[in-house]
Design a protein around this ligand. Structure first.
Ligand code: GLY
Ligand code: MN
Ligand code: MN
Length: 369
């Protein structure tokens, strides 16, 4: 905010609000004042009690002032922002719709023109990623939550690897996984659980169907949970019967790609280099065209956040972007062969001074425990 000469910042992204205040409800707007650190927290009567209760715990947000909306969120925000006439107020350009922005502009202009003095309204300044910049490297509290989440997800995975698959529908197995996530203390699944069998396993983001799992199918099981507001994510690929030589070969290639990407993880290494390590391993066995998606994505309050571990786009990514200690992301290479099937193996890592610390730890085999 100092670099952008902002007197205040309007925060409308709920994940950013959660990061700043520990509020996990579904409606709030925050206005932060740079100089005083004062944080105006606008919410409605559904949430005022839980915000007050949080304020009495050790998870309280310092400087938080509760503002309960009497009208709409944006009218209340406009009234707060009107205090910054003639000053610069940042807004989150990626998290404010064009129509809300237009409404705020015209409402603030009308307020500025009304009454005595004809003082100017605040200047609304677009910003990008101010709060996200703080989220990308996790602090010790966040790392402890993520470690516990990873431990719990690994426990869930060990149960899932023992589940019978043959003859059951993908939807049935997905429902069982979701139940196990709740049993393990997750607030909710971090995304719609994927169970993709046979030819469906060649679709990286398949939805579970009524298809019954066959004995020689490849089955991609991709699930994650939210624990203490933080997301973890894991994939294993299994086959109920005896793995074919081709399935074993593709599986081994994906596992090797994952090993190489994990070995590449260290502070100061470009995120593009980590992706390239996985891609190179698959290319060596002729599977370069079978791996279309990125190698990984950051994890935190959102299931997909920075840093993206992807291929460098020569037209857009002018420079390398190094990963740093405290970043948390997935490593999830895959190989997908249309009509035949696919394999993906996904684990979560923390970047440490030494390299990668695994958050998840479960057997990777196509069969067995
Ligand atoms: N299924 C979401 C992911 O693995 O990224
Ligand atoms: Mn993932
Ligand atoms: Mn996943």
């Amino acid at each position: 905010m100092t670099a952008g000469s902002l007197d205040a910042l309007l925060v409308t992204s709920l994940p950013n609000i959660l990061y700043l205040t520990n509020f996990s409800g579904t409606a709030a707007v925050v206005v932060i004042e740079r100089e005083s650190g004062r944080l105006r927290f606008i919410t409605d009567s559904r949430y005022t009690e839980s915000v007050r209760a949080t304020g009495t715990t050790d998870r309280a947000c310092p400087g938080l002032e509760l503002v309960v909306t009497a009208s709409s969120y944006d009218a209340t925000a406009a009234a707060v922002l009107d205090e910054y006439r003639g000053r610069r107020v940042g807004f989150e350009a990626s998290h404010l719709t064009v129509s809300r922005h237009a409404w705020l502009l015209s409402t603030l202009a009308a307020a500025g023109n009304a009454g005595v003095g004809l003082r100017a309204s605040p200047e609304l300044v677009p910003t990008q990623g101010l709060v996200e910049a703080g989220r990308v490297r996790k602090d010790t509290y966040e790392l402890d939550v993520l470690r516990e989440a990873g431990r719990r997800l690994s426990e869930v995975a060990r149960v899932v690897l023992k589940m019978p698959l043959h003859g059951r529908t993908e939807m049935d197995v997905a429902a069982d996984i979701d139940w196990q996530l709740r049993q393990a203390g997750f607030e909710r699944p971090a995304f719609d659980t994927i169970v993709a069998s046979g030819p469906n396993s060649a679709l990286p983001h398949a939805r579970p169907t009524e298809r019954r799992i066959g004995e020689s199918d490849l089955v991609v099981l991709d699930f994650g949970g939210v624990y203490g507001s933080y997301c973890v994510d894991l994939t294993r690929t299994r086959t109920p019967g005896v793995a074919s030589p081709r399935a074993l070969a593709v599986h081994e290639a994906v596992l090797e790609a994952q090993r190489r990407a994990i070995s590449a993880v260290a502070p100061g290494v470009s995120r593009f280099e980590i992706d390239a390590a996985a891609r190179q391993a698959l290319a060596e066995v002729g599977l370069q065209d079978a791996f279309g998606h990125g190698t990984g994505h950051g994890l935190g309050i959102e299931i997909h956040e920075a840093p993206r571990i992807v291929q460098r786009r020569p037209d857009v990514d002018a420079r390398d972007e190094m990963v740093e200690a405290g970043m948390v992301f997935t490593i999830e290479p895959g190989a997908y062969i249309p009509g035949w099937g696919g394999v993906r193996i996904e684990d979560d890592v923390i970047v440490t001074d030494q390299g990668a610390e695994m958050l998840t730890n479960v057997a990777t085999g196509l069969t067995g425990a």
